[in-house]
Design a protein around this ligand. Structure first.
Ligand SMILES: CC(C)(COP(=O)(O)OP(=O)(O)OC[C@H]1O[C@@H](n2cnc3c(N)ncnc32)[C@H](O)[C@@H]1OP(=O)(O)O)[C@@H](O)C(=O)NCCC(=O)NCCS
Length: 134
């Protein structure tokens, strides 16, 4: 059974999101996670049998720090849906994000469209994507 919780710096499972983001988003690039912006973010956390298996953050109208452990099994989709619900509850009607090129197809499946040119972030190619909610 998977539960989605909301947390923040210092809250339940926050440190687990740091470890998960380091392992999924930074270790493959040989980089160390920068958590200095975390204070401005609300983290959504997917917990399965007490273990954090996925996370994503909402920062104003931006989707950030999307990371899921292991195989494709619907956790990313679940997290983004919950993030959009949270955004709408805050009166946010458009979500923006920087997608790694390797994840663009994931966001496209969830209704996000690409705009602008590719650019480099954390050493890898990205593309800006956005979705109007509602
Ligand atoms: C990208 C990521 C968040 C997707 O999470 P996930 O839990 O595997 O995604 P889901 O299982 O909810 O997939 C939803 C749909 O997107 C598809 N999908 C998942 N990852 C994809 C990818 N990288 N490219 C294209 N399609 C993808 C799935 O096949 C599924 O399609 P379906 O509904 O037709 O079956 C996850 O693989 C991940 O953390 N990757 C490494 C880190 C990363 O790239 N983060 C994003 C940085 S911008």
């Amino acid at each position: 059974m998977i539960h989605i919780l909301l947390t923040h710096v210092g809250g339940a499972h926050y440190e687990d999101t740091v470890r998960l983001r380091q392992r999924v988003l930074r270790d493959p690039l040989g980089l160390v996670l920068d958590t200095s912006g975390d204070g401005a973010r609300t983290f959504l956390v997917a917990v399965e049998d007490g273990v954090v298996v996925g996370t994503v953050a909402l920062e104003e109208n931006r989707l950030r720090a999307m990371a899921v452990e292991g195989e494709t099994r619907g956790i990313g989709r679940l997290l983004v849906a919950r993030l959009e619900q949270e955004a709408l509850a805050r009166g946010i009607t458009r979500i923006e994000l920087h997608a790694r090129i390797t994840a663009r197809g994931f966001y496209a499946k969830l209704g996000y469209t690409e705009h602008g040119e590719e650019f480099t972030e954390v050493t890898v190619p990205h593309i800006a994507m956005a979705k109007d909610l509602g």
